[in-house]
Design a protein around this ligand. Structure first.
Ligand SMILES: [Zn+2]
Length: 282
């Protein structure tokens, strides 16, 4: 599933092509991708406008794993790529296959194709405010937000006996990490994924925040990790798969110590760690 580096890579590709462009037509080829908030129900004319086109994209943002398309007139879409979605910029009249669920036709002839071979992606409408308003109850502060300091990081994730991995992946606490980068971040910080969050000390919180950001920046530098059908906004695959240090390396030698990588289950998710240098909780 695309995580912060993949979504940010897509955002960086889309922003220069889409910002300032008017949407001539927004073509939803399947209706169940689109989610309209209930509270907009009594004023359909207002929320219908963005879907029928005519709005200008003023900003392509991101928070956590959501792409945020803000439009003029105080409306927007929060777009989730789901398990395998992509948003690729094409020339006019590019043929679309059955997995292309949304096409934005921009006024300069460019088409943005939202494609999701495995479903679960969604476009959530924000009819009366910025795109973020549509998802703010389910997306906490972005892990790369510079205003997030160690104290707030520890406050948000600590205070629970739940495993640190499940806390790291809880998008309402801090947004952006999924299964791959949570494993990479915990390995980099030498913290065991099953460690109860409330057991981390001040130094470990600082190390974990620093290592998490370093892991994400490194992946961003490589254009994200390619898995299944992930593509950036130009349709290219990510180059980070060869750089993962623990995820997917079950039974291989640990890259830091003489131990080896184990695969265990944490919070129902396949988890990779080294039981030697990421000491298991007792
Ligand atoms: Zn190790």
């Amino acid at each position: 599933m695309p995580e912060l580096p993949e979504v940010e890579t897509v955002r960086r590709g889309l922003a220069p092509r889409c910002t300032g462009r008017r949407i001539g037509r927004a073509e939803f080829r399947r209706g169940d991708i689109l989610i309209v908030p209930e509270e907009a129900g009594d004023d359909p004319a207002r929320w219908a406008a963005p879907f029928t086109g005519g709005r200008t994209i003023i900003r392509v943002g991101r928070q956590g794993k959501y792409l945020l398309l803000d439009m003029d007139g105080d409306a927007g879409w929060a777009v989730h790529l789901g398990m395998s979605g992509s948003m690729v910029v094409h020339a006019e009249d590019t043929p679309a296959d059955q997995h292309t669920h949304v096409i934005l036709h921009l006024d300069d002839g460019v088409e943005v194709h939202y494609r999701a071979p495995r479903r679960f992606g969604r476009w959530i409408a924000a009819p009366c405010g910025p795109a973020l308003s549509a998802v703010q109850d389910r997306v906490g502060i972005d892990i790369l937000d510079p205003t997030l300091d160690v104290d707030e990081f520890a406050n948000r994730l600590g205070g629970s006996r739940a495993t640190i991995k499940s806390r790291l992946m809880d998008q309402r606490l801090v947004a952006g990490l999924g299964n791959i980068y949570a494993d990479e971040a915990l390995f980099a910080a030498a913290v065991h994924p099953m460690c109860p969050a409330s057991d981390l000390d001040v130094g470990q919180w600082a190390t974990l925040l620093r290592c998490t950001r370093a892991v994400l920046h490194r992946a961003l530098g490589n254009g994200g990790t390619t898995f299944s059908s992930y593509r950036d906004a130009a349709g290219r695959r990510g180059g980070h798969s060869d750089h993962l240090r623990v995820y997917g390396r079950e039974s291989e030698d640990c890259l830091r110590c003489s131990g080896y990588v184990e695969r265990i289950k944490v919070a129902g998710r396949s988890t990779h760690c080294c039981a030697t240098c990421q000491r298991a909780p007792v």
